[in-house]
Design a protein around this ligand. Sequence first.
Ligand SMILES: *[C@@H]1O[C@H](CO)[C@@H](O)[C@H](O)[C@H]1NC(C)=O
Ligand SMILES: [Zn+2]
Length: 333
Amino acid sequence: MIRNVLPALVLLLGALSTVQAVPGFTFRPHNQQTAEKGVNGGSRHGHGHKEWSAESGGGEHREFVQCATLSPNTQEQEMEEKKFTQMLRKHRRPGHKTGELKQIDLPIHFHIIYANDTQQGGMLKPWQIEQQMFRLNLDFMSANIRFFIASTSYRYDPRWFNTGVGEDYDYEKAQMGSHRIGDEQTLNVYTVGWGPDRAGAYGYSHYPSNYQYDPGWDGVLLNSVTMPGGSEEGHNLGRTLVHEVGHWSGLMHTFEGYDCSGQGDYVADTPVHAGPSYYCDIPMDTCPGYEGNDPVYNFMNYADKDYCRSEFTPGQIERMRNQLKIYRNVEDA
Ligand SMILES: *[C@@H]1O[C@H](CO)[C@@H](O)[C@H](O)[C@H]1NC(C)=O
Ligand SMILES: [Zn+2]
């Protein structure tokens, strides 16, 4: 049985606010191991702990990763997508009109992990959380998905807050599992710091299809500097969470596969492109033989400014709602 035990970890690796994105940067996940066991044991398959490395082309810039995805093994993903399509077919009610989007309301639990009372130490202000919710709901309006705060809790945990991305998975995973609230329809967001320069990553999320294997790990990890009013200039409008919730709702990056051919993100109306787009003011077409320019404004791309990322396509909206229906049992999605 194929078990996509460790989900595609989705990381937005960032940098200090003074650093600019470096064109030509390539990201390479390496050292993929087999892995963690699923909740119900069984075959151990998938990607284990990961290490990241970055190459950057810019001389004076420090090593910079705008964002990085660790895709699930392609073969496993193919299988999961087949299953998904079959399940979807079974669920489709006769008479269901496409294009009619019933409102979906989903609860969020915010877990604010902090090291001390300062913003640098992760202590977010209530207004930051309010503005984050405003941003999230505005951006998900086109999908008619709304989120409401079910709870906000603050946890003093310097170890978790200060640990760099990927450095202490076991602890992070254990903490997530022990603090997670609710069922598969409940979004848990954990805000952390990720390392001494607060720059290790912007966020990551787990896909809905992973819930069945690893429910304790379901949720989004978010660098607190990306919250509205956060210190990460250009990335502090709250769009990192929008992007991560896109993943939590089943969307992949628009450049998934890093290839002009192949399945890409399994969404028909996002033009294929060969890699992340970092700039939204430079039109790009990295797959000239295929229809459309690179979707530089898409939420699920890596434009290096929050204001650039501003759209979901109808195909992405349909996929999110279908993924929520199949894997998160959201009715009428
Ligand atoms: C608060 O925590 C952050 C992150 O660990 C640290 O950089 C900062 O110096 C701390 N500030 C104080 C006042 O302790
Ligand atoms: Zn991502």
